[in-house]
Write a protein that binds this ligand. Structure first.
Ligand SMILES: *[C@@H]1O[C@H](CO)[C@@H](O)[C@H](O)[C@H]1NC(C)=O
Ligand SMILES: *[C@@H]1O[C@H](CO)[C@@H](O)[C@H](O)[C@H]1NC(C)=O
Length: 471
């Protein structure tokens, strides 16, 4: 904390220094561009931390608009792998990479003592002049340089698992999985959080999302105790009955220990900040009262999933979402309790209750959080970045995480991805699902014109185009 403040004051005293950027051309090999030669806005050049290349590095990322902008000329339109040489000496950070003042992607910098090259996804350069800006986001990192290497063509996904992990899989669930495998790498399923927003899209542009995601939140026992009545199961059955694909997540309200204060109401009880429920302690043995409550809650959710099973609805099941973020109580104690809880949810639902309609969707990207190839069916990420970009950074991270043996989905996004970019980047997300209010209906995230482009693309599958997947 003290070191953070020191850097802040230091950056303030230096003020804003602009340095002319020199356009260069990436050729066939890797080409490196020093940050100190790029255009600085609200940032400064320094050389106090050793290990940089060139004559220094760029620091002072402490305001939202602080950035360093590289100008790069390319002879042809071409895709490049981007790597950023950076030092996150104050702990892990996130930055935003903005290409040509448009698509923005988020890049994670692990904490480090010095400078390291960090893979930062891909950039599609236009013929002519391009800009790549590294913009504050969390700030408080040092940028030494970027390197661009022409991307190799993505290999075909020839090793995707053909069977699901569950001890039993119903015929219609296998049918869904086979269908998903058949379109993977060729098309993307359009998707939307909440049936009502899916229907809103239909009203706006005359196309209905192929996939609808619903939330079992209001079936959490600590909410039901306070009067909530879930409707997600009916919505899922409704979408299934019109030929759609269903995904289910669960904002699991903590079973007990809700603060229920003015700032943290009981209905925020899935947030770490709203409860003192300690997942690590609850999982330490199978006899303590809070372990029993975890099982009680999973059993309550099993009742709802069984209703979907009885209605013949296969479920892309995404519990414990965004665990790695730490903002939900199931991720608050780090990766080990989260993985242990994943095992418990799996044991209880797939083994004890024998549910045969679940396809298990893991939702964290970091390797230390990964339960393992034998414990998940599909990998996914939740990504909130404006600009309707292809989110190739996270896609490539997930390819690496599952060694290209798992299907990969953009389970929750703020901005729906543009299909021409998805194809140019070969970011083969199986589906995207846009979050509801303030995202799908907000032009800063998704203009109706952009949604029209996406929903009318041949690359994007809509409800009318997936009819018959059940065979
Ligand atoms: C999926 O494929 C990987 C690699 O071939 C293998 O290790 C794993 O056991 C497979 N899992 C399933 C559920 O088939
Ligand atoms: C269960 O969790 C609640 C809420 O955090 C806590 O107050 C209580 O002490 C825990 N009980 C046990 C037996 O650990």
């Amino acid at each position: 904390m003290v070191r953070l403040l020191d850097l802040g004051l230091y950056a303030l005293t230096l003020g804003i220094i602009g340095v002319d950027s020199k356009p260069c051309k990436p050729r066939d090999g890797p080409r490196t561009y020093e940050a100190e030669d790029a255009l600085l806005s609200g940032t400064t050049v320094d050389n106090a931390v050793p290990g940089y290349t060139g004559t220094g590095y760029v620091t002072g990322f402490d305001q939202g608009s602080d950035k360093v902008t590289f100008t790069i000329t390319s002879d042809t339109a071409r895709l490049y792998d981007l790597s950023i040489r950076a030092a996150a000496i104050y702990g892990e950070k996130r930055t935003s990479v903005v290409l040509n003042n448009g698509a923005s992607s988020e890049v994670y910098f692990p904490a480090s003592d010095g400078f390291n090259a960090i893979p930062a996804g891909q950039v599609l350069l236009n013929a002519g002049s391009n800009t790549i800006a590294i913009v504050n986001n969390w700030g408080w990192y040092l940028i030494d340089s970027i390197t661009l290497t022409p991307s190799a063509k993505r290999p075909k996904h020839t090793n995707i698992n053909t069977s699901l992990i569950g001890p039993s899989t119903s015929a219609v669930t296998q049918k869904l999985y086979d269908y998903l495998r058949s379109i993977y790498g060729k098309k993307i399923l359009s998707g939307q959080q909440d049936l009502s927003w899916a229907n809103w899209i239909q009203q706006q542009i005359g196309k209905t999302p192929a996939l609808v995601s619903v939330d079992l939140m209001d079936y959490s026992p600590s909410r039901v105790e306070r009067g909530t009545v879930g409707t997600a199961v009916e919505e899922a059955i409704n979408h299934h009955n019109r030929g759609g694909i269903v995904s289910v997540l669960w904002h699991w309200n903590a079973p007990v220990g809700l603060y229920d204060t003015e700032e943290n109401k009981w209905w925020s009880g899935f947030y770490t900040r709203a409860t003192d429920f300690d997942v690590e302690l609850a999982l330490r043995d199978t006899t303590n009262a809070n372990y029993t409550l975890l099982v009680r809650d999973i059993d309550a959710i099993a009742v709802q999933l069984k209703r979907l099973q009885a209605a013949g609805v296969p479920v892309l099941w995404r519990p414990l979402h965004e665990a790695e973020g730490g903002w939900f109580w199931w991720g608050a104690k780090g990766p080990e309790p989260a993985k242990k809880l994943w095992d418990l949810v799996y044991q209880r639902l797939a083994v004890h209750h024998g549910l045969d309609n679940l396809i298990w969707v893991w939702n964290s990207v970091l390797p230390q959080w990964y339960p393992g190839d034998e414990k998940v069916d599909i990998l996914s990420a939740d990504i909130y970045a404006q600009g309707n970009g292809p989110m190739s950074t996270q896609y490539n991270e997930l390819i690496e995480l599952g060694k290209d043996t798992k299907l990969i989905a953009a389970a929750e996004v703020g901005a729906a991805p543009l299909p021409d970019l998805l194809q140019a980047y070969e970011a083969h997300w199986l589906w995207f699902a846009v979050w509801g209010d303030t995202f799908i209906n907000n032009a800063e995230w998704n203009s109706v014109q952009t949604l029209r482009t996406i929903y009318n693309s041949d690359y994007v599958l809509t409800l009318d185009e997936i009819q018959g997947w059940r065979g």
